[in-house]
Design a protein around this ligand. Sequence first.
Ligand code: BGC
Length: 700
Amino acid sequence: MKENTHRIRAEELVKKLTLDEKIGMVHGAELFRTKGVERLGIPPLVMSDGPMGVRQDFEPSSWHPIGTSADRVTYLPCNSALAATWNRELAYDTGSVLGEETRGRGKDVILGPGVNIKRSPLCGRNFEYFSEDPYLTKELVVPFIRGVQNWDVAACVKHFAANNQETERLWVDVEVDEKALREIYLPAFHDAVKEAGSYTIMAAYSRLNGDHCYYHKGLLEDILRKEWEYDGVVISDWGGVHDTTLAAESQLDIEMSVTDNFDDYYMAEPLKEKIEAGEIDESVLDEKVVRILMLMFRLHMMEDEHHPGSRKRKRGSYNTPGHREKALATARESVVLLKNDNKRLPLNPEETKKLLVIGENADCTHALGGGSAEIKALYEITPLMGICSFLGGNTEVTFAQGYVRNEQQEETDTNWQETSLEDGGGKVREHHTDEKMLKKREALRREAVTLASQYDDVIFVGGLNHEHDSEGNDRKDMKLPYEQDVLIRELLKVNPQTVIVLMGGSPVEMGEWIEEALTVVWNWYSGMEGGSALAEVLFGEVNPSGKLPETFYKKHTDCSAHAIGEFPGGEKVRYKEGVFVGYRYNDTFGVEPQFCFGHGLSYTEFEYSDPSIQEKDGKIIITCKVKNMGDREGKETVQVYYAPVDRKSDQPVQELKGFEKVSLKPGEEKTVSIQAEKCLERTEVRIGSSSRDIRASIFH
Ligand code: BGC
């Protein structure tokens, strides 16, 4: 059926519906499902969380997992990992796996991707988000959504908009100026809607400049519907609606929540009563239902009587070998080699006869954590498993835990989501350690350090876990938890060759030991094959090509949200830093990061030459030659930054405007061509290997 006939058909159909039937379609009748209208062949709309895979199934009205094996799935690298690949094709592939599995699991809407900007390294949900940079985010989000929607399912880009912290997320009022909103916080949503055509969008829990996002006129009506001409479906965040009239008369289409009193939802019985009493015009409800029906036609969920065969819908599939391959391919390119002095890495597998692996993160899984993004993975290769299986039987691998987390995850009867709306929906989490735990850690540390002094090859795998990178809480600071700084310092003292691997969705402080460490490898929550990919990188089977999609600050106070703005704020949080987010702040105000935006080393070296610039069809084409100077195949991401020559005070010194990833054999040279937007003023066009490793520049 043609797009323009969707509305006509939907408008015809809505006339046949009773008030009750329409009400059933605009609110959750189960935790992840609305009501359908059987007599007219209208199915319910079935949703599930993302974005690292399709979430496990719950009972219709309780957060009890169904608990069969049928909802195990492919566990994909988190969005931060995907962003570190700087690879649009992998973004498409990841979206496509997610879409095929969403359909394969019988869902209509996948609640992702999360595209909020990483404003502070302390936001607990950063692992679900891509980057601090709007350009990098949108360049990856667009193919991701296309990949998803290719499978007759809808993406639900979230959380619209400026929802950049967990603390008080239900009520916090984000005060942000128009320029920052337009240049930093909205572009990814704009492109998700305009370029990728995301069929649905989720309104954020929080307030924006005074009003809650679920009914925000400026955001939903003026920008989304009018300016961006959006006719897709706006879904509330779970429990994000607080008033019937405001919701009904806004551009919100579906109200979802976390409790089982479905008829009491604001857009359920209360809405019906207000319509019957004449307080709310039924036409506002009709328009919402029309948009929901249009979505159903787009997804081929319904047979259109005028177009037989229109119900032919892709059936999807999940847990296929191909999906695992794609998860592995992304994981491989997501590993970021932050430091590699004396070419300590890669290790030689043939020469590694005895290896000591230290650290709790080497031997634990992360999939089933983090909040609504949890994944019941088919399996998850841990770093230890990946290393052992890569090395095989000729190497003796010993493991020492080295440190332990505070609370072991306890099996409880309640899912956190049931109570997720209490206390403002989130807070800065304090982690308390008692004497007993400190003693336990000391013993583990002593054991690991003693062993490390006896080994030539030691790999430490530490970092964060989903007690820290988690929905509903923000971190207090960037310090490594569980006394890991002490452990790393001691390890480096007895064995200066120790390879340091850290995992997490946001940076950690490294100042206490970074000077002593030869190597630091950053590994995100990188999906079911993450451990395999890490092993391949450490032992040189794969040449690392990840680049940081965010600034790794020395400490959180070096980030503008903390230095100039507020985080997490109180009732209000003022984004006083304006557009100076991430490297835009550090580069403009001369604040040295630990590792800058766009940074990531390789086992080979790349040489840049012959930069040139051309204008074509209103766009700028930047070209340069890149040559692989080493003896290993490798991939390089060439980055283009615009630096205005006569910078105004509200402009950052430079901003990412283009990038291209290129693969080069040893000695090979290629011409890389990057398309970027027209310069609006005299600009220094910088071509670099990172935001602070500029190899060439041209004035334009
Ligand atoms: C989260 C959303 C999620 C929803 C449904 C909320 O707590 O903020 O991102 O999609 O729950 O689980």
